[in-house]
Design a protein around this ligand. Structure first.
Ligand code: ADP
Ligand code: MG
Length: 608
């Protein structure tokens, strides 16, 4: 006798529930997305015990028609698509018709809903997948759905639930992300009777950031604005000062949907290279709008991953968008005084130690802007190709970004570096400048490193590298392997300004070097570069030339603990002011820090 049977619907739903609903946060996500799809602009979420015993979502959306109430809880029941063809142009959050059926299979549900056209609503009770009760109810237009005793009939799943506070943390996180991506909707999250998050829903993303991450984070961000013929990007990137050691503060929304994307995170990382130190990750919120045809939404809903049909285009666009925001809005860092204010999220964090949201803050510049091409863009194609490791991309991408002028504050900072009065040098390491009511400290090594790096880069890009003939060539003794490598790659070393000839069996004669004047030892720098290049093993399209240039810049820049005279100081500050990015060394450390007179006065308690 055959052994195969078709599972009954209830069992099938329980199994499906395991895929869609992993934990209370996935229930909340699905239900809130339903509210958004129903056009709600006011959604409140009330949870108890991390959502395990109680979740209530109330929205002011379209409501569910009486005739649809029972069918909504069936599997593959959806009002959002009709046929597979509709998938290509999907703009709703849901479309699988699985969530309500899955949630219903593993909990007790009470649904109260009303559509505008009807004078009264409907109340339905469903437990373990079976509809127990449907009756008329007096209620406002919209939907309120209450989930009790999640996983009561799936003990294996129940066992895997984490502590209430951890589950509540996951819910807070998912609501935060959804709220950031939907600033036109007011979200209110209440955990065990305490409001943990409340956004205004005034369509301003900065206000949502303010409510979720606090005032200082909102202040310490640059606006992003970018558009080409295929993609539109808006949002915020945090100044380097508020960068974190993890990626929890990075949110990407594609057509309003919160997604995780390595391509986008890498593009932002690339744009932040030389602005941020290693192992620091920028805070950002990017809203990406693109034709739904270009993305595959049919990846599993709980994974939040996204697939693009052309990753390289997305990479480039994000790189330009963020790079432009940084290049046009960066300024000299301001020293931090006082402690940042508490915000709701931090208060919540104390109660739920698992949530890692925190905030810091310094000064505020709320100016948007953008310019067309800037020098860093020249390298972006090379970088994106390196990242993607794809074949050469022949299409040209046209990009247009915001208004054409550099941010006026930023311009003043450059002028400050160039024109400020030189007060002197402290510890033979920091240059002190003063202008108006500001004091600026420049780290002479970091600043010179930045100058050397940009000069080397430009010189290399010019294809006629500037190099300095040594008055007397230097003899270097090397191994056979090293000499062979140098012979093979003379072209590459030439492109960064080195020239040499073989000299005897085990030596070369170093004739010219990439830097005009230098502080370090020529031989040591050359050996460092050789070591670095040899260690990476190959010089090809994917070779990181920047790292080589960093090495040269770092080794040849003026060191700390070196006394500089006034002419040297003036020339350093002047050169720095002309850099593409004067404000950090190539490794992302600040090259200059400002103290406002008022900050000093606060420190000395002249003012409070
Ligand atoms: P999907 O969202 O994939 O369509 P769900 O199982 O989440 O599937 O929901 C089934 C259907 O129930 C939806 O297509 C929608 O018509 C309706 N629905 C669910 N929640 C709401 C809500 N909050 N407001 C209005 N309609 C809703
Ligand atoms: Mg849904």
């Amino acid at each position: 006798m055959g052994k195969i049977i078709i599972l009954d619907e209830n069992t099938a739903n329980k199994i499906a529930a395991g895929e869609v609903i992993e934990k209370p946060a996935s229930v909340v996500k699905e239900l809130v997305e339903n509210s958004l799809d129903a056009g709600a602009d006011n959604i409140s979420i009330d949870i108890r015990n991390g959502g395990i015993s109680y979740i209530k979502i109330t929205d002011n959306g379209s409501g569910i028609d009486e005739d649809d109430v029972e069918i909504a809880f069936e599997r593959h029941a959806t009002s959002k698509i009709r046929t597979a063809e509709d998938l290509a142009s999907i703009s709703s959050m849901g479309f699988r018709g699985e969530a309500l059926a899955s949630i219903a299979a593993v909990s007790s549900i009470q649904l109260v809903t009303r559509v505008k056209a009807k004078p009264h609503g409907i109340m339905a009770e469903i437990k373990g997948g079976s509809v127990l009760n449907v009756m008329p109810a007096g209620c406002p237009v919209g939907t309120a759905i209450t989930i009790r005793d999640l996983f009561y009939n799936t003990p294996a799943r129940f066992k895997f639930l984490k502590k209430d506070s951890t589950e509540a943390g996951s819910i807070t996180e998912i609501i935060s992300r959804i709220a950031l991506g939907n600033p036109h909707v007011s979200f209110k999250l209440t955990c065990n009777g305490a409001v943990v998050l409340h956004t205004p829903g005034n369509s301003d993303q900065l206000s949502a950031v303010f409510s979720i991450y606090g005032k200082e984070t909102a202040k310490e961000s640059y606006q992003v604005s970018y558009e080409d013929n295929r993609i539109k990007i808006s949002g915020l990137v945090g100044k380097p000062e508020i960068a974190r050691s993890n990626r929890n503060y990075q949110s990407v929304f594609i057509n309003r949907r919160f997604v995780k994307s390595k391509v986008i995170a890498s593009a932002v990382d690339e744009a932040f290279t030389t602005f941020l130190m290693k192992n620091k990750y920028a805070f950002f919120i990017l809203n990406i709008e693109l034709n739904p045809v270009l993305i595959d939404v049919n990846v599993h809903p709980s994974k939040m991953e996204v697939k693009f049909s052309n990753e390289l285009d997305i990479f480039r666009a994000v790189y330009h968008a963020v790079g432009n925001a940084l290049m046009t809005q960066s300024e000299i860092r301001t020293v931090l005084t006082g402690s940042p204010k508490e915000n709701l999220f931090r208060m919540n964090e104390k109660k739920q130690e698992k949530i890692e949201y925190r905030q810091q803050g310094l000064s505020f510049s709320k100016t948007a802007g953008g310019s067309g091409e800037f020098p860093i863009i020249r390298e972006s194609i090379q970088k994106s190709e390196k990242y993607m490791e794809t074949e050469k991309h022949n299409e040209t991408v046209e990009y247009t970004t915001g208004p054409g002028n550099k941010n006026v504050e930023e311009k003043q900072d450059r002028r400050l570096l160039a024109d400020a009065r030189i007060i002197g040098q402290a510890f033979s390491t920091y240059i002190i400048l003063q202008q108006d009511d500001e004091l600026v400290l420049i780290d002479q090594h970091a600043a010179h490193e930045r100058i050397m790096y940009e000069e080397l880069k430009k010189s290399r890009e010019s294809r006629i590298p500037t190099s300095q003939m040594l008055l007397s060539a230097i003899v270097l003794e090397l191994t056979n392997q090293e000499i062979k490598f140098l012979e093979e790659h003379a072209g590459f070393f030439g492109s960064i300004g080195y020239s040499y000839d073989s000299f005897g069996v085990n030596s070369i004669l170093l004739r010219s070097v990439p830097f005009k004047e230098h502080d370090g030892d020529i031989k040591g720098i050359f050996l460092d570069v050789l070591d670095y290049v040899m260690n990476t093993g190959r010089i090809d399209r994917n070779f990181n030339i920047d790292e080589t240039l960093y090495t040269i810049a770092c080794k040849s820049a003026v060191k700390a603990n070196r006394k500089l005279d006034e002419t040297e100081i003036r020339s350093l500050a002047q050169c720095l002011s002309e850099m593409d990015n004067p404000y950090t060394c190539p490794h992302g450390r600040p090259s200059a820090i400002r103290f406002k007179k008022s900050d000093l006065e606060k420190m000395f308690k002249r003012i409070v």
